[in-house]
Design a protein. Structure first.
Length: 399
């Protein structure tokens, strides 16, 4: 029987574009010197605009190719939808070189459904809001062809390189206010409005709802009435008001609550399907949310406890401005999951979060105090030299 590879206790998140073209041995030496013992490498990623403080020449501001993968996929492992390999062979080679070096346990950090390139190629498979508008940056995971793609990509990755684990990001629905460049509105965003605008009523979501006795068409009609009425009014809801409205709607509209639970169950089933398809020796973790605090992960279709047990655990971005908020979120997350051994954390040891070593150290100690022993740090190429030095000091002081 295959043995699972040892997990890293402290890992560093990194992009291939920050490592490509460099001497692999020297790079690994530098990373190990920070005090980390693992690397989470982006193997499938979306568009962005990245400021790289430690780059002194071209590439100071980097725009990655949208929706590409950073390895050499095997076409025979895919059904209707194929991944798009990054155009640079050097970018795709990074994972192989790190695996050949062998000193860092590797996790394949894999973005699934936040993918504008995929949405542009298959607009019929994207999220459709209650008005029928498609969100090109948000392929809908309920679409069978996209679910197959997520399974195929995970399976291909797991069998291509000696990963210790796969870390899946965005296994559910991309939120309304997350993902597309040049977003314009002259209406203030709030939790209630963004939730209503973010729900998907595509053909697959409506069909799944009907099978479970949920009148999705009626729910979409009520959402249109509520949102249109709000936008036609002079109201500009404050954050606490919008949060209360959303809570009340969930309590009063049983079909809305059932619809959201349907989404959670679906994402859990998809992750369980991926876990059953990939080799047993490769661990599977899920980044369940981009929401702050983590308890709002249900907005994306994630159920913290269910995902933690459908996979081998969850890896939570505790992206907070101070250690106190990190610990509070960790307390609640562990309470919901019920087993701290199935929770990993991610910290940002620089701005806009934990801006100094003292806060990073306090946050790391706080996570350990809640039983969270495995922590990753974001992100190698985006941190200033001082922040990396601070991280080195924190980790070496706690060896």
């Amino acid at each position: 029987m295959s043995q699972r590879r040892p997990a890293a206790r402290h890992s560093l998140y990194a992009y291939a574009w920050d490592l490509a073209g460099r001497d692999t041995r020297s790079t690994v030496d530098e990373i190990l010197d920070l005090g980390v013992d693992g690397l989470s490498l982006a193997t499938s990623y979306h568009a962005g605009k990245f400021l790289r403080p430690r780059v002194s020449g071209p590439g100071k501001v980097y725009f990655p190719e949208d929706g590409t993968v950073y390895f050499n996929p095997q076409p025979s492992r895919y059904r209707a939808i194929q991944p798009k390999p990054h155009s640079s062979a050097a970018m795709r080679q990074v994972a192989y070189d790190l695996a050949s070096d062998g000193r860092l346990p590797l996790s394949a950090w894999t973005v699934l459904f936040h993918n504008t390139r995929l949405g542009e190629a298959h607009p019929e498979l994207t999220v459709k809001n209650a008005w029928g508008d498609g969100y090109v940056y948000a392929p809908c995971p309920m679409q069978p062809a996209l679910a197959d793609y997520a399974v195929d990509l995970s399976n291909d990755l797991a069998r291509t390189l000696p990963w210790q684990s796969l870390t899946l990001e965005s296994p559910g629905w991309t939120p309304f206010a997350h993902g597309y460049h040049h977003e314009f509105a002259q209406v203030r965003s709030n939790l209630w409005l963004d939730t209503m605008l973010g729900l998907c009523f595509c053909d697959a979501c409506q069909s799944n709802a009907r099978q479970q006795g949920i009148d999705a068409a009626g729910l979409a009609s009520r959402i249109r009435t509520r949102v249109d009425g709000y936008l036609a009014s002079p109201a500009d809801a404050a954050a606490d008001q919008a949060g209360a409205w959303l809570t009340a709607d969930l309590l009063e509209d049983q079909e809305l609550a059932a619809f959201i639970r349907m989404r959670q169950n679906y994402v859990t089933q998809l992750v369980a399907r991926i876990r059953s398809e990939i080799p047993a020796e490769v661990a599977l973790y899920v980044i369940p949310t981009v929401q702050r605090p983590t308890a709002q992960t249900w907005l994306e279709g994630s159920d913290l406890k269910a995902l933690a047990f459908a996979a081998d655990g969850i890896e939570v971005p505790f992206y907070e401005p101070d250690a106190g908020r990190v610990v509070a979120d960790a307390v609640d997350t562990v309470r919901r999951v019920g087993d701290a051994s199935r929770v990993r954390g991610i910290l940002r040891p620089g701005v806009p979060d934990l801006g100094d070593g003292a806060q990073t150290g306090a946050a790391l100690d706080g996570l350990r105090g809640q039983g969270i022993e495995h922590v990753g740090f974001y992100n190698y190429g985006m941190l200033r030299g001082g922040a990396l030095a601070g991280l080195r000091g924190v980790l070496k002081a706690r060896k």
